[in-house]
Structure formats: structure tokens, C-alpha cells
Design a protein around this ligand. Structure first.
Ligand code: SF4
Length: 317
């Protein structure tokens, strides 16, 4: 494994916390303003009703039970000793504030936590919630990471995906989060059907310019019963080939600030009702192919990261 190709999350955690760290997913019964009518209805075209909580324990379990069961699994299997609580599914900061606060307080009682990670939408980042998270961070001495679903910086595509927000909300959320010294993780899908290779490059440039700490990539998966699923079944959805996806990811990384840590190159889809996911092969094979392609073509993260701080003025001083 060539560790120099890109800035790997596992290496980053090891360096930051001195040992391996594992994420403990928490799945809360929630919704999303893009599903309940507040900003939209029906949700993003690719979203099934589980809101990305498909690989979590049941959301009917208490926070404490989910954490204990996941911790027991990781401790037994990997001898894990440090953890990040990860509020994964739906839009966690869209929960009423008291419920959000109680769930977070229930989650942070353990003394083997190094961070808390909260998944949300860019239009659900608000000073009230950030104030509370800052208190938690200081009192408990843990890091706070906010995971923002962006998917693409192309605001025309965001409209077609029915995201219910544009690029501006993402920029605003990142700026607000960064005043608290929390880390930002941006989620992207590099092969949305309305995006092209240039959008992948622009994704990298915008994340670099905003100095987010983490990026998480996902290839598009298609679930039955979603608007995207309907398009797929009617033959109206074109998904780029695996080779094109590999080239897009490589190109994205080539333009990305080498300091940004890559949490994931390829995601997994839900087990049930999936119509298309990772070109019918396992996620790790796609990941390996990306790494092989980068190695064979001498591509590495940050190779073309030369565009900030007045590129046109370079060499004039
Ligand atoms: S923002 Fe997330 S939970 Fe809400 S509709 Fe989109 S993918 Fe689903």
C-alpha cells in the first residue's frame, strides 16, 4: 500500500491520538427539513427513508445501548481503546434543541472518547447548537467534528438533486463552524449524473479554499422507491463507468490541498433494495483500483494544488 498517494484518515487518527481510534455510530429517530416540508418534500433524489442510517443499529435502541453494543464489538474484534461518537443518520442538528442536547450528553459519559462527530445539512448549522457543542468540547476535553452533506459544489446540480440548499449555505456553515475551531468534514458524490469532470476539480478547489479538515467521497448508489430509482428503472439515468469514476476521484485528489484528510474514497450502499452500487463490485475493489490508477499514473493528492493565494502573482516577489 502506497501511503503517499493521499492523506489517509487512519494515519491521521494515529498521529493525532497516538493509537487507532474507532467510530461508534449512533442512529437517532429523526427526519430532515428536506423530507418533512420545512425546506422541501421527498428528500434528495437518492435518499431512501433510512437517511443513511442503514448500517447502524436500530434507532429504537437508546443512545447508551447503541454505544455499548458497538463498543463491545470494536473492543473484542480490534482491541479498540479510543472512540469517536458518530451521530450518523439524518440531520442531527435538526432535532429540537433539548432532544439534541440530551442525546449528546447521554453519549459523552464514557471516558474513552476523543471526539464527537455530528452529521447534518449545511442549512441546519446554527449558533445555538454550536454554543452548546463548544461547551461540551471544553468541559469534556474532546474534539468536535461537523459532517456536512454537500454532494457537489455545482449549484445547478444541487437543484436537480433536490437538495433544498445551494453552495452558499455550505460556505456559511463552514465559516461558522470554523470560528469554534471545530473540524469540518464535507461529503461529496463525484458522479452525480448532472456533474462532469470539471465539477470534480471545482469540488476540490472549493474545499481547499475553505480549508475544511476532512473529505468523504461516495460513489452514487441507486435505491428502489427513490426518484433516482425510478429514473434508473425507466432507463433515464446515465451513470458514468467505473473507469471514469476512478479518473474523477484521482483528478479530485490531485487538485485537493494535501492537508485535507480523506476519510473515505468509496462508500457502501444499503444491502436491501439497491438497484445499483459500485458497478456491482465491492467498495474495496473500487478503492484498490483508484489507488492502482494513481500509482501507475504518478498522481498524488495535492499535485495540482497551486491555485490559492493569488496564483497569477506567483514569482513576482
Ligand atoms: S439531506 Fe440527507 S436525510 Fe435529508 S433528504 Fe437529503 S440525503 Fe436524505
Amino acid at each position: 500500500m502506497n501511503t503517499a498517494l493521499y492523506n489517509r484518515y487512519s494515519n491521521h487518527l494515529m498521529k493525532k491520538y497516538g493509537e487507532k481510534v474507532y467510530k461508534l455510530p449512533v442512529n437517532l429517530p429523526g427526519t430532515c427539513p428536506n423530507r418533512d416540508g420545512k425546506v422541501g418534500e421527498g428528500g434528495c433524489v437518492f435518499c431512501d427513508e433510512q437517511g443513511s442510517g442503514f448500517d447502524c443499529l436500530s434507532n429504537t435502541f437508546s443512545v447508551r445501548r447503541q454505544l455499548e453494543e458497538n463498543k463491545a464489538y470494536f473492543s473484542k474484534r480490534f482491541q479498540a481503546k479510543k472512540f469517536i461518537v458518530y451521530f450518523q443518520a439524518f440531520t442531527n442538528t435538526y432535532l429540537p434543541f433539548k432532544r439534541f442536547r440530551d442525546n449528546v450528553l447521554e453519549a459523552i459519559t464514557a471516558d474513552d472518547l476523543v471526539a464527537i462527530s455530528i452529521s447534518t445539512r449545511p442549512d441546519c448549522v446554527n449558533e445555538h447548537y454550536l454554543d452548546f457543542l463548544q461547551e461540551v468540547s471544553i468541559d469534556k476535553g474532546i474534539d468536535v467534528n461537523i459532517e456536512l452533506g454537500l454532494q457537489t459544489v455545482n449549484y445547478h446540480t444541487l437543484a436537480l438533486v433536490n437538495r433544498g440548499h445551494t453552495l452558499a449555505e455550505f460556505i456559511d456553515a463552514v465559516n461558522r463552524i470554523k470560528t469554534r475551531n471545530f473540524a469540518v468534514c464535507a461529503h461529496l458524490i463525484l458522479n452525480l449524473p448532472w456533474d462532469n469532470h470539471q465539477d470534480a476539480v471545482e469540488n476540490a478547489k472549493v474545499l481547499s479554499a475553505l480549508r475544511v479538515e476532512y473529505a468523504k467521497l461516495h460513489s452514487l448508489y441507486v435505491v428502489g422507491g427513490t426518484p433516482l430509482g425510478d429514473m434508473y428503472q425507466k432507463g433515464r439515468l446515465e451513470i458514468i463507468s467505473m473507469q471514469d469514476y476512478i479518473q474523477r476521484v484521482a483528478c479530485f485528489l490531485e487538485h485537493l490541498d494535501p492537508e485535507i484528510v480523506i476519510q473515505r474514497l468509496v462508500g457502501k450502499g444499503p444491502k436491501d433494495n439497491t438497484l445499483f452500487c459500485n458497478w456491482g463490485v465491492s467498495w474495496w475493489l473500487v478503492k484498490k483500483k483508484i489507488e492502482d490508477y494513481m500509482e501507475e499514473n504518478n498522481i498524488y493528492q495535492g499535485k495540482k494544488f497551486d491555485y490559492l493565494n493569488g496564483k497569477a502573482l506567483k514569482g513576482m516577489f
